[in-house]
Each structure stands twice: as structure tokens, then as C-alpha cells.
Design a protein around this ligand. Structure first.
Ligand SMILES: [Zn+2]
Length: 139
């Protein structure tokens, strides 16, 4: 039996179960499955993680997030170059401050998932750039 008699997430009066489960983490549109130890609720499926539980997976999760962040930075620069735009022009068209793309491309700021999707879309369908430009003019 685990340490919890009630689930802190859903309030179910069933004791949480101490075990290791396959758990999916999501980050910037990607998913990673890890073997996550924790106290699990049979009612809602939530887990309570203690410090050791977090430590068991944090190195793997951090390395994974860093790899994704690097890939995003490289992708953004590549798409912008393919579109033949400066960082400032790119920010004017898709949104973001003057320095936004310098920060995205150096990896100091990771854009929102929505911004990442928009940039990926422009990479696949560069002709949409004209539509975005006209939206900017209309605004
Ligand atoms: Zn629960």
C-alpha cells in the first residue's frame, strides 16, 4: 500500500498504488514514453510523484526537451532562410517582437506550440506567406 489513502487529484477514497507505469510526457507537440515510478490512483489515473520518482526520469526528460528545443531552433532558421526573410521581416509577418526570431534561432526563447506549428506550416507551404502578408496589411 502507498502513502496516500485518498487521491489528491480526484479525491477518490481508494488507496494509491505504488508502482512503475509507462507514462507519456508531451512537450511542444512531441510525446515521450518513460517508465515512471509513483503512487497511482486507480480511479483517475493520476500519479503522485515524490522527489526520487521525479529524479528517476528527469535526466531523460531534460535531455529529450533540450534535443527538441535545438531541433526547433534549427527548423525556424531553416524555414526563415528558405522564405528569404530577415529575422525582423519574419517577426513582422508571423508575429512576435523585433528580437523574437533572434531569440528563437539561438534557442534562448522557445516559441509557443502555436508559433512552431505556424512556422512548420510555412516551411511546407511557402505560398501561404502571401496570405499572411495580406493579413498583416489588412490589420
Ligand atoms: Zn484520482
Amino acid at each position: 500500500m502507498g502513502r496516500f489513502k485518498f487521491c489528491p487529484a480526484c479525491g477518490a477514497a481508494a488507496p494509491l498504488v505504488r508502482e512503475t507505469r509507462r507514462m507519456k510526457y508531451r512537450y511542444k507537440g512531441e510525446t515521450l514514453a518513460v517508465r515512471q515510478p509513483g503512487d497511482w490512483c486507480r480511479a483517475c489515473g493520476e500519479a503522485v510523484l515524490n522527489h526520487a520518482d521525479v529524479q528517476a526520469t528527469e535526466d531523460k526528460l531534460n535531455a529529450w526537451r533540450q534535443r527538441i528545443n535545438k531541433e526547433i531552433a534549427v527548423m525556424i532558421k531553416q524555414v526563415r532562410k528558405e522564405l528569404g526573410l530577415t529575422q525582423e521581416e519574419m517577426a513582422e509577418i508571423v508575429g512576435g517582437g523585433k528580437k523574437a526570431f533572434a531569440k528563437y534561432e539561438s534557442g534562448t526563447v522557445i516559441p509557443s506550440e502555436a508559433m512552431i506549428r505556424l512556422i512548420r506550416l510555412l516551411g511546407k507551404r511557402p505560398e501561404l506567406l502571401m496570405d499572411l502578408r495580406s493579413m498583416k496589411k489588412a490589420a
